[in-house]
Design a protein around this ligand. Sequence first.
Ligand SMILES: [Zn+2]
Length: 224
Amino acid sequence: MAQLIETPNTVAFDQLLCAACDAAKLAYPTEAAAIGRGLAIALADGVVLFSDGHANVKSDTVVDLWYTVNGTCTCKSFQFSPGGRCKHRWAKALVKHAHTNSLPTRHEPEYFATYYPVDGSMCDGRAIHTPGGWRFTPNDGAEPLYVSEQALCLGGGGGIYKKQLKEDGSLVEKVCQRALVSWHLTVTRDDGTQFTLGYETKDKTEIMAEYWQGRGYHVQQYQQ
Ligand SMILES: [Zn+2]
């Protein structure tokens, strides 16, 4: 099952997480400590949801340790927590709750989009604007995640996207660039490998050039 390397919460989504935390503490005042630790894990992008309903939740004490949460938790404190509600299960619950409170309004259009995590990879899917920020649903079946606008390239509407998806998988080149994009950035990593991003406007191109330069990449911009 595919997993995205990074799930950078948006500021708006973080606010929804904090609100979910407050509500949980009101409902379970004796578990406020575990709920608070769950919030910290969720705010630090320590929850990865999967389409089959399970989640991987990061340990906040051991580096690179992830627990599997699906009604139960694989951590040691699960069996000692009231009702089995350890901090990892709270972390997952807060993220799910924030998702529920971040449904898009009925009139928001859905866009074909490509998401660029900071590791330089890319992921095709669909994006829609919600109260929690841009919600991106990957094509590979992973759960939606909230991504910053700077890491998102919006392409054509859903109709174009579906038609193109049938024809081939190279959506960025075939739809995004052909239909709307006239500005390009070529980003070169330290190891010499490159990837190209496309944008509709010069302004956004410059913002994104700064973003990648700030991460230490070499960037070249040009107009088609
Ligand atoms: Zn746990």
